[in-house]
Design a protein around this ligand. Sequence first.
Ligand SMILES: *[C@@H]1O[C@H](CO)[C@@H](O)[C@H](O)[C@H]1NC(C)=O
Ligand SMILES: *[C@@H]1O[C@H](CO)[C@@H](O)[C@H](O)[C@H]1NC(C)=O
Ligand SMILES: *[C@@H]1O[C@H](CO)[C@@H](O)[C@H](O)[C@H]1NC(C)=O
Ligand SMILES: *[C@@H]1O[C@H](CO)[C@@H](O)[C@H](O)[C@H]1NC(C)=O
Ligand SMILES: *[C@@H]1O[C@H](CO)[C@@H](O)[C@H](O)[C@H]1NC(C)=O
Ligand SMILES: *[C@@H]1O[C@H](CO)[C@@H](O)[C@H](O)[C@H]1NC(C)=O
Ligand SMILES: *[C@@H]1O[C@H](CO)[C@@H](O)[C@H](O)[C@H]1NC(C)=O
Ligand SMILES: *[C@@H]1O[C@H](CO)[C@@H](O)[C@H](O)[C@H]1NC(C)=O
Ligand SMILES: CC(=O)N[C@H]1CO[C@H](CO)[C@@H](O)[C@@H]1O
Length: 349
Amino acid sequence: MVLRIFFFIYLILSSHSSAQQIDVVNYIKNQLRIPSGPYTSGYVIAPDGYLNWYFANLGLISIVQYMNSTDLDFYIRRYLDLYLTKLNANFTIDDVNFPNGHWNWSNYNRVAPDSDDSYASTFLSLVSRYLKSSNNQTWWSQNLSQLKNIAYYNLALSQKPENGLISVFQPPASDTQGYLMDNCENYRGLRDFAKTLRFYNDSDADYYDLVATGVSNGISQLFNSTGFVISDDWQNPDPTTFYPGITCQIFPQAYGVSEVNQDFDVAWAFLNNYAPKWPNCSIDSYPWAILGFVAALRGQTSQALSQIVAIENMFHNASTNSYVIINELGFYLRTKNLISGSPISGYGI
Ligand SMILES: *[C@@H]1O[C@H](CO)[C@@H](O)[C@H](O)[C@H]1NC(C)=O
Ligand SMILES: *[C@@H]1O[C@H](CO)[C@@H](O)[C@H](O)[C@H]1NC(C)=O
Ligand SMILES: *[C@@H]1O[C@H](CO)[C@@H](O)[C@H](O)[C@H]1NC(C)=O
Ligand SMILES: *[C@@H]1O[C@H](CO)[C@@H](O)[C@H](O)[C@H]1NC(C)=O
Ligand SMILES: *[C@@H]1O[C@H](CO)[C@@H](O)[C@H](O)[C@H]1NC(C)=O
Ligand SMILES: *[C@@H]1O[C@H](CO)[C@@H](O)[C@H](O)[C@H]1NC(C)=O
Ligand SMILES: *[C@@H]1O[C@H](CO)[C@@H](O)[C@H](O)[C@H]1NC(C)=O
Ligand SMILES: *[C@@H]1O[C@H](CO)[C@@H](O)[C@H](O)[C@H]1NC(C)=O
Ligand SMILES: CC(=O)N[C@H]1CO[C@H](CO)[C@@H](O)[C@@H]1O
């Protein structure tokens, strides 16, 4: 029975017009990588788009598993090194605009990031996947102190004593809300980092696991019988906004916050109650591929497959292509991995 189901899924996946499928690995390597200038080895979110490190981290996380050691060193390790060299003195990092795009990668402006916490946490998850694939102990030992600085100054030190959530920006920034979406990413980044520290016998592993456990306590306080609230500034779940009120619901499951897994079903129902057409990708400009990823995690294969087709249509349509950005492609690929029974799990390392 199981075999027949997988064969059926295989038929659907392989029959939905193979010309339509997106070759995410080659697209990121060849169309999104910055080939020259001071940001060589970085990745723009779309051709001639800007460099957003958070989105780039999420895209790259999905392709690590497809790379041999030569490609890992060229496409991932060099990116990680670039990130470390572009850190600010306080271990935050700025995004980068390229006013001339590919015509001149040397002309750039640094712009403020959307957060400090999620940039750091998705970077730590990417680092963990890189090390799991490469076991590059030289790289680890020579960059360990910087990795700990990123984790300590953006995550541990920004953790609120009153609820365990991490504030979006380092203090003393004006917005210090603890957002649900960010904190799910933070939880994952901290757990991944702790696991990597433990693998290399570093005694700080327990410390970062403790920070992660505090984050999961805070996330559990954001749940209110009908769903999750957007941040610790909110009292009730918000069904009136697709982003962030409705989309935030599934982040705890997407990032494997297992301490709140008793709330996953209610959160999933909230999404499907208030935005049942999400697989069509017609609600927002962006496809929100992370929703399909959670559908696949939950075995909701037909919804996940509908969204895959919708994303491919968007990608191959010139008027919507620029919204299928690097992080969306990452979750698109991870959804396909899950549906096709790839042995690499959806989260964790
Ligand atoms: C690594 O993978 C790339 C892309 O698939 C390929 O071009 C290259 O030949 C491979 N290198 C080795 C050493 O296998
Ligand atoms: C590219 O931009 C840089 C920085 O603005 C400038 O110095 C350089 O002359 C430009 N190069 C070309 C070929 O336009
Ligand atoms: C490990 O990282 C170093 C740079 O830190 C690099 O020179 C080396 O090629 C990497 N080793 C492997 C096996 O990729
Ligand atoms: C961290 O440093 C950057 C660059 O100097 C600055 O723009 C940012 O405001 C600083 N963050 C905080 C929270 O002080
Ligand atoms: C960690 O310590 C154990 C026990 O001493 C040892 O067997 C293992 O090789 C160490 N791992 C690394 C990555 O050094
Ligand atoms: C939960 O939602 C109810 C009903 O919308 C509201 O009255 C209550 O204040 C909320 N409780 C918390 C802890 O957010
Ligand atoms: C949404 O997508 C499904 C599956 O692709 C399709 O059956 C349905 O007609 C679409 N609905 C709208 C409103 O586009
Ligand atoms: C491309 O996308 C636009 C905007 O959503 C839509 O109006 C148009 O019908 C699409 N074209 C095709 C061929 O699907
Ligand atoms: C920023 C930083 O310290 N990067 C170091 C990471 O490790 C490599 C060697 O593996 C060094 O060359 C970098 O300087």
